[in-house]
Design a protein around this ligand. Sequence first.
Ligand SMILES: [Zn+2]
Length: 289
Amino acid sequence: MRRVTLDRMAIEDVGLNPQRLAQAIHDQLAGLNGAVPIYEIAAALDIDEIREEPLSNLEAALVTTPERDRGRVLLNSRSNRQRRRFSLSHELLHFLNPTHEQTSVGGFRCTRQDMRLSGGDKIGDRHRRQESEANSFAIELLTPRNRLKPFLRGTPELAQVVSMAKEFDISREAAVRRFVELHPDDLAVVFCKDNRFLYAACGREFPRLSITAGAQCDLGQPVQGTISGFDEIAPDDWLHAPQPACELLAQTLWQANGRSITLLRADQSDDDGPGFDDVFERFTGGQSR
Ligand SMILES: [Zn+2]
């Protein structure tokens, strides 16, 4: 196990922005390979106990003092290692940001739903904003931007997401959310169970989705453990007021228990006609690299 020492004052000097805080930690951990040692980082930043126990309604909790001089984290042992790593990274931001207010008398209590809130969601209240900030920090810390370039090159494909999840020891859900957030193409990800829509996350430029929770998604025949090819799907079934020139492609990763992850790619031609850059992709059905 790698020994991690960190200068907490230097990290906190960068302010409260989640991305900058995560970057400040990485600045002190130059030369990392493989999974980010999140347990060791938490310990080096004064989290003096990390306990794992079966929890029913929570993914994680943090008990700390108003001064944030020490903290203890509880993680749900029913969740897999990748989720626990994300939860620990998430709790670390509640700990490092002294303006975050605890959500119950006993401390911060975070649910699986909290762990999904992102900056793209409409964040009205303080609790949801705190959770979204903790999630941005968690993924920035677990997948530092300067190591993501190889995964974001070329035509976006779920195989890249799978390798990203493996490389950083994070869940495929966390990896695909990060992929969609940072990839230069217009992407979204749709999570389904038994071909019914659960929830989605969209990249900044992706057109607004019209599909709602529980709706039937016709994504083809599930074959567990496989990734489908790219299929063209009807923009009218998925988008609010799609532009006439918009093409929508879908690729699905079929997981266990009827769950699936579908990557959506929108090709929205500009007003000045078909783009020169993607002309080869048009010939090859979007599968060129
Ligand atoms: Zn939280």
